[in-house]
Ligand binder design. Structure first.
Ligand code: NAP
Length: 298
């Protein structure tokens, strides 16, 4: 465990902040940002949240942030202000952002100006897939990080189990899609979905424990499941019939999403679960456990 502040005893019962200098989380009010803040709060780490809108302040504070900067993280001045006096940065770029590379440059420059001890980049599993430009852009940011000389760690999560939450009300409701898990790709395509809570816990581990500078960690769940198998798992949880169905991608779907669905259709999205389990020091969350939680919370 990284050293505690002056006078810290290092025991499990010591609840004082480990560091007085805060750790910056960007994209903080999004689903990833909030999960990471909650995981860091469990480690009594001071977190500064960079949010876009004042209305997001309450949610990040409730998650455990100790301070907030409001502004556009694409803007250099905002990022510099947010990074000032931080010991580390957990950089989350908004999902599928066309300017992710430029935003990466801004983040790296701000991290260098603030002389942070660690820069952790929330990348994606298989960033080198050219057929998915939002992945490819993350690979370019990783490349910028290598050249920056910053002490960095890169996390590469698989697709989140939580992405299913959006379809849950339809699957469990009484509408025409009751019992249908509808996906815009083959229902036989394999995935190793990861629980966002596990990703957040891994993020807190690499930020609060020693030995992770220079690491690039693929964070995938341990199970390889197709949408058809996911539907079967839902059926078991819900005691109602559920089946997976491939739907046509609506024509107004943004191009990057369409490209992702095409890729998923042909190849699925599969990684290895070993690294995540080792970071968590326990088995990663199973799909059945995730569904149980989803069912109990809905
Ligand atoms: N979803 C997955 O399965 C998955 C898997 C692996 C990696 N990832 C990566 O995880 C990252 C975060 O994804 P997410 O789904 O958590 O994102 P999200 O929920 O869409 O959150 C993005 C956050 O960034 C904020 N934001 C957007 N533009 C901003 C700006 N210019 N300045 C400041 N804040 C801004 C958004 O605020 P507003 O609400 O105001 O827009 C929102 O709070 C992405 O880079 C994604 O590629 C996702």
């Amino acid at each position: 465990m990284r050293s505690r502040g002056a006078g810290g005893q290092g025991g499990g019962g010591d609840t004082r902040p480990i560091h007085t200098a805060p750790l910056l989380v960007t994209g903080a009010a999004g689903k990833t940002g909030l999960a990471v803040i909650r995981a860091l709060a469990k480690r009594q780490t001071a977190v500064r949240a960079l949010i876009r809108r004042e209305s997001q302040r309450e949610s990040v504070m409730a998650a455990g942030a100790s301070s907030v900067v409001v502004g556009d993280m694409m803007k250099t001045a905002v990022y510099y202000q947010a990074a000032a006096n931080c010991r580390a940065i957990y950089h989350i770029c908004p999902n599928m952002h066309p300017d992710e590379i430029e935003n990466g440059r801004v983040a790296i420059a701000a991290a260098q100006a603030a002389a942070v001890q660690q820069f952790v980049y929330h990348s994606v599993m298989h960033p080198h897939i050219e057929a998915m430009p939002h992945h490819w852009r993350k690979m370019r940011v990783e490349e910028l990080l290598f050249a920056s000389g910053l002490p960095c760690t890169i996390l590469q999560p698989a697709a989140y189990m939580q992405n299913i939450s959006a379809s849950w009300p339809q699957i469990t409701g009484n509408g025409i899609y009751r019992g249908l898990y509808r996906v815009p790709y083959a229902i036989t395509a394999p995935f190793t979905l990861v629980d966002l809570h596990d990703v957040a816990q891994a993020a807190a581990t690499v930020l609060c424990e020693d030995g992770h500078i220079g690491g690039i960690y693929e964070l995938a769940g341990a199970e390889r499941l197709t949408p058809a198998q996911m539907a079967a798992a839902m059926e078991q949880q819900l005691s109602q019939s559920v089946r997976a169905e491939q739907v046509i991608v609506p024509p107004d779907t943004p191009k990057p999403l369409r490209q992702m669905f095409d890729y998923y259709d042909q190849h699925g999205f599969v990684g290895g679960g070993w690294v995540l389990a080792h970071l968590l020091k326990r088995p990663s969350t199973s799909f059945a456990s995730f569904l149980r939680r989803l069912k109990n919370n809905s």
